[in-house]
Design a protein around this ligand. Sequence first.
Ligand code: FES
Length: 183
Amino acid sequence: MAMTRREFVAAGAAVGAALGGGVVLPVGLAWERDRSGSVIAVVARFPDVVITDQGSLVEGEPVWFSYPSEGQANMLVKMGWPVDHGAGPDRDVVAFSTHCTHMGCPIQEFSPATGTLGPCPCHFTTFDLGKDGMPAFGQATQHLPRVLLRLDGDGVVAVGLRRPIYGHSDPLHGVAVRVLEST
Ligand code: FES
């Protein structure tokens, strides 16, 4: 049976995710095929990026990194107590975008005592990282985008994002995906 052939190509597939150390990895591509083996779609996926290793994490000390593309800022922290969606044996490692969900201002303050990110320099929102990035005070009404984590040996790996970054409506946050052919 004939199938609709659609090919998606990730424009800017070379756009990568950059670590603090400057390592740039390509956005992942996956080929989907019909029963005959013909390619029916090429789909861009979030890259897997090693952020750090578990052994180097210190409770309450954030690790700042870009994901999925350079300039899209995030922070990872070992909170020191079990939290919602926490990774690791103590279920206390989480990572979030640091772009405020109110109007996108960059947040660079973290309080290890309360586990909150903020206050945002623009309108003072703080976010509770122990409660999935929920706004705890201020103007924002949306949770922070959470970086999905996978533990790979000692490595802490970013594998995706839950919720969009402020100002980016596409799922890959700036990596445009466009249809090249549809028959
Ligand atoms: S941009 Fe952060 S509170 Fe307004």
